[in-house]
Write a protein that binds this ligand. Sequence first.
Ligand code: COA
Length: 568
Amino acid sequence: MKILFLTHAFNSLSQRLYVELVGRGHEVSVEFDINDQVSTEAVALFAPDLVIAPFLKRAIPEAIWRRHCCMVVHPGIPGDRGPSALDWAILGRETHWGVTVLQANAEMDGGDIWAAAEFPMREATKASLYRHEVTEAAVAAVREAVERFAGGAWRPQPSASYPARRLGDWRPLMRQADRRIDWQRDSTADVLRKIRSADGAPGLLDHLFGRDCYLYDAHPAPGLRGAPGAVLARSGPALCRATVDGAVWIGHLRDKAHAHPFKLPATLLLHEELASLPEIALDTADGYREIRYEAIGGVGYLHFQFYNGAMSSEQCERLLRAYRAACRSDCHVLVLAGGSDYWSNGMHLNIIEAADSPSDASWRNINAIDDLAEAIITNERQLTVAALRGNAGAGGVFLARAADQVWARRGVVLNPHYKDMGNLYGSEYWSYLLPRYAGEDNARRISQARLPMGVDEARELGLVDEILDADVRRFDAEVRAHAEGLALPDRFGPLRAEKIARRRRDETEKPLRLYRAQELERMRVNFYGFDSSYHVARYNFVYKVPKSRTPLTIAAHRRRGNARSMHE
Ligand code: COA
């Protein structure tokens, strides 16, 4: 079928549905919902059999839904309606939630239902639930809805026929007042729930040191107590604030009045205000934790829970120290477990944007990632596995490929390209790793593409070695079973010997340092050269400048020569 995605952005859910539907043989094209005219034009150009709205912030124009079957993916259970479905579900302590695929009509989220899927809620941020549970449920429901539509006989059901808990309720956009924290009354659990209901967007608006700041990235701070509302301590990027029955770490803030109104580590944004507070060591049981190492059954696991998968110079340097320490252990296998939502999205573009010299900050960041990649590639004592529970993008994908094996959870989406970031050349030894693991032809295909990639394609191309069919709850156990198998002497021994021999051969052919030098030569031009595309693209990304048109890479209907678009 020809399926048109009408979407506010090509976000993680749209990317995953795109990968799934293309994988099932459908022809999928994407149009950003910029205005009615653009959307109507896209429908006319593509003439789709079906329109799907995976992530829409406003109603589909009547001229479209009257003539075409349009399915809206709503992140709520049947009967739930409104633009803040997940926010209300988290704040309302729902134990189960779901995704409903509705037929678009005149009533927002009120159309008949094509399919629905449920999931148990987890104590996590809205963004984390969206990237895991909502996405999996949406894939199941959209798959079912598309099959029903293709079958021709099935008719969508009125929502009244579903055993809904909140039938017909329209719940408005959640306002800051609906989740405002009362530091004199709210418990730690209340504070965490409120912040998580607004994390990633819009963030929970609060006051800190006389400034209006949005709070993100909140975690319990066990053992710390103080006067409710008082800021007690700092640890790495985070500040600690007391509640009535404990305290919370807050890792990231956004200050809308500040020169850099985007998310930054709290201690970077409030550097002066927090300087005199007691400091609790980062990555310790008492402090804020990003990097954690554990050894179980002869396998070492390095967890790096970096907010949004972004890796600053300092985070890469710390991770490198942790990796080197793990290398000195007697574990045969080291698993780079990443974080719960992302494995890695490469350089930390927000911190780079906020730096006095973004060029210098980019240079330091790419070198810090390269140092880490180099340590992984040249480790002769252990086998390293990159275990991708969450997605990876740009340099994060190539950093994963630096490991001897890459295992990915089914459902993970990779974006193994830098081109959308102002045609960055990229580093992380990709020019060595891609031909080495994917072969020359696939390396070319990967480095020239700009599309998201599912794990089946990634395995075919050599970016992933193994796909683990486990949902996010069972993924760790599955990784552990596989890793312990790999650590057994009869598997570990020959694989390690083979790896050492291969690396030495490769080094003789072309030293690793040459790959790095050649990549960095190009990156230096990206960072310091006359062409400012990277700086412009980074600015647009960090400031979330809305796209004024859909990139042709995904808008297949606009690539055809037969249509003159209004953009041209
Ligand atoms: N640095 C800083 N923040 C980053 C980031 C990075 N490298 N990558 C992602 N983020 C942030 C986004 O700004 C967004 O922030 P929000 O919570 O304020 O909304 C959040 O992570 C999720 O990203 P989003 O783009 O909405 O997720 P996605 O799943 O739709 O797309 C990517 C994933 C990887 C395709 C996309 O985030 C991306 O292109 N990132 C930049 C990768 C890059 O170019 N890195 C530098 C070169 S190595």
